[in-house]
Design a protein around this ligand. Structure first.
Ligand code: SF4
Length: 487
C-alpha cells in the first residue's frame, strides 16, 4: 500500500496528533529500557545531543543516556527546583548550568528520576560543542571512575568560514576527527568486550539517513500556512525522539509516520492553532519550568512558532540533511560528526544569516529571542544577533529572559506583560500593512496596463505582481523595509 492509500485508510482522528502521542509513548519506553538495563547486565554511555556518536555506540549495543534530556524532564515535570536545591546544597553555585545541577542531584540520588531510574555510566563521550560538557563529564569521572572520551571537533573559524568535502582544511579536519573515532572504537571494544562490526555500523548509518531525510521534510512542511505544528511545543517532542532513537528502526518508523501525518495536515489546511494569526520564529532553549503556559502566552494571541533554532542546533546535524555514505562508513561518520557539531555551534554563534533566511522562508511576522540564565553557550550574543537581524530586515522582534530549569528566575507575569505588548505592536503593524495595501490598490476601473505600471513603479515586486502576505514578508526579509522595531 502506498503512503497515500495508507493515509486514506486511516481515520483523520487517528492520524492527527499521532506524532505527539507516539512520541510521548516512545519516550516513556526509552526511560523504561534505561531503568531495566542494569538488571539485564546491559551498560550505558552518557552522551550529549551535540555530537552524541549514537551510530557508533549502537554498534556496541550501549544504551545512551542524554543527561540534558533527563535534566530538562525534571523541569517539565515541575520538580527541577528540588534537584537544583540539592546540588546547590552540595556546593554547586546558582550560576552553574541548571542541567548540570539537576544531573548532579540525580546521581546523588542513585539515578532516581520522575520518569524512572537512570543507570550509571560505563563510559562518557563528549564533544567540545559546549565547554560545560567537558567539566560535566569530569564529575562522572570522579563519581564512577569511568573512562571519558572527549572528541575534539574543529569549529568554524568565522561566520564566513565555509568549506566543503575535498577542500584543504575540511579534509584535514575530517581526518583528525576520523582518527579520534578509531580511538573511540578501541575504547568501546575495551568497555564492552565486543569486536567492532562495520556492517552493523552501515545498518545504523542507513537508519540515520532515513531519519535525516524525514527531519528535513518535517522542518520544510512548516513553511506552509497554516503551519501543521508548533515548533516549540510539538517540535520539542519530535526532537526528543530524534535524539534518543537516532539510528534505530523505531526512530526511522516514527519519522516516516510523522511525515505522513504532517503532509496530511498540510494538504487539509489543518494548522497547529485554530487560527494562525502570527508566524513566529523562536531562538534559544524553551522555558521548561512553565513549558505549556509559555507557549500559551503566544498561542492565545494566535501566535504560532513555525520555526525554532532549537530544532537546528539540538538536532545533531540532521537539520543539515546529513547523508552518510555507507560504502565508506568511518570516513563518512567523521565527516558527518564534523559537519553536525559545526552546524550546531554555528546555529548558536553565527545564526543571524540563518535567521534572516528563515524569516523569509517561513514568512515570519516576528522573531522571539529567549536568552536563559542557565546556559551561557546558547544565550551569549543573542542581543547582538537581534541587532544584526533588525539592521538587515524589517521583522518584529521580542527579547525575553527566563530560564530552562530554574523557576526562581521565571516570572510569568513579567513575561506576559512583554508578550502582550509585543502582540499589540504586531497587531498595529498588520493594520498599517493592510492600510498601505488598500492605499496601493488602483482605483476601480483602472486598466490592467495602469495597474501593472503602478505595481512596477512602486518597486515592491520585480514581477509587478500583487504581493500576498508571504511575499510581503519575504520582501521585508530581503531588506526592502526600513523599519527597525522590537519590544
Ligand atoms: S551550558 Fe547550555 S549547551 Fe552547555 S550543557 Fe548547559 S544547557 Fe547545554
Amino acid at each position: 500500500m502506498d503512503s497515500t492509500a495508507a493515509t486514506e485508510a486511516r481515520r483523520p482522528e487517528e492520524l492527527v496528533g499521532r506524532g505527539t502521542r507516539e512520541g510521548a509513548r516512545l519516550f516513556r519506553d526509552w526511560f523504561l529500557r534505561l531503568g531495566a538495563a542494569p538488571e539485564r547486565g546491559e551498560r550505558a554511555a552518557y552522551v550529549f545531543v551535540m555530537g552524541s556518536m549514537a551510530e557508533l555506540l549502537r554498534v556496541f549495543d550501549l544504551h545512551m543516556v542524554f543527561p540534558e534530556i533527563t535534566s530538562l524532564q525534571t523541569a517539565v515535570r515541575r520538580v527541577a527546583h528540588e534537584y537544583l536545591a540539592e546540588a546547590e546544597g552540595y556546593g554547586y553555585s546558582p550560576d552553574v548550568c541548571g542541567y548540570v545541577k539537576a544531573d548532579v542531584a540525580l546521581q546523588l540520588r542513585g539515578g532516581d528520576h520522575p520518569m524512572g531510574r537512570i543507570p550509571p555510566p560505563a563510559l562518557a563521550v563528549v564533544t567540545n560543542a559546549c565547554s560545560t560538557y567537558i567539566k560535566w563529564a569530569e564529575i562522572w569521572e570522579r563519581l564512577y571512575r569511568i573512562p571519558v572520551f572527549t572528541l575534539d571537533v574543529p569549529q568554524s573559524r568565522s561566520a564566513r568560514h565555509r568549506d566543503g568535502a575535498g577542500a584543504g582544511d575540511f579534509e584535514r579536519d575530517r581526518r583528525y576527527v576520523e582518527r579520534q573515532i578509531r580511538e573511540l572504537i578501541v575504547l568501546c571494544e575495551g568497555v564492552t568486550g565486543r569486536r567492532f562490526d562495520v556492517d552493523r555500523l552501515r545498518e545504523v548509518l542507513s537508519l540515520t539517513n532515513e531519519m535525516s531525510a524525514s527531519w528535513r521534510r518535517v522542518l520544510e512542511l512548516n513553511r506552509g500556512a497554516p503551519s501543521p505544528y508548533n515548533a516549540l511545543v510539538e517540535g520539542t517532542v519530535y526532537l526528543g525522539v530524534l535524539n534518543t532513537l537516532r539510528g534505530t528502526e523505531e526512530g526511522a518508523g516514527y519519522f516516516r509516520d510523522l511525515v505522513q501525518e504532517l503532509e496530511y495536515k498540510a494538504a487539509q489546511g489543518i494548522g497547529a492553532l485554530a487560527e494562525e494569526k502570527y508566524r513566529l520564529i523562536f531562538v534559544g532553549v524553551p522555558c521548561y519550568p512553565i513549558f505549556r503556559r509559555f507557549a500559551e502566552l503566544f498561542s492565545e494571541w494566535g501566535g504560532n512558532f513555525v520555526a525554532s533554532s532549537y530544532l537546528w542546533f539540538a538536532a545533531g546535524g540532521l537539520n543539515q540533511g546529513t547523508e552518510y555514505d555507507v560504502d565508506r562508513p568511518l570516513e563518512s561518520l567523521a565527516e558527518g560528526v564534523l559537519r553536525s557539531v559545526r552546524a550546531a555551534t554555528d546555529a548558536m554563534f553565527f545564526h543571524d544569516r540563518a535567521l534572516l533566511e528563515a524569516a523569509s522562508d517561513y514568512a515570519a511576522d516576528g522573531v522571539v529571542y529567549h536568552p536563559i540564565k542557565s546556559c551561557r553557550t546558547v544565550s551569549t550574543g543573542l542581543a547582538d544577533s537581534r541587532m544584526a537581524l533588525m539592521r538587515s530586515c524589517d521583522v518584529a522582534s521580542l527579547y525575553i529572559e527566563s530560564d530552562m530549569m530554574d523557576r526562581r528566575v521565571v516570572s510569568e507575569a513579567q513575561l506576559k506583560n512583554r508578550i502582550d505588548a509585543f502582540f499589540e505592536g504586531l497587531a498595529s503593524r498588520k493594520l498599517r500593512g493592510a492600510a498601505a495595501s488598500v492605499a496601493a490598490q488602483p482605483p476601480a476601473g483602472a486598466s490592467s496596463r495602469e495597474q501593472a505600471a503602478k505595481a512596477g513603479g512602486e518597486g515592491t515586486a520585480d514581477t509587478g505582481e500583487p504581493q500576498d502576505e508571504g511575499t510581503a514578508a519575504r520582501g521585508r526579509a530581503r531588506g526592502l523595509g526600513d523599519g527597525r522595531r522590537g519590544s
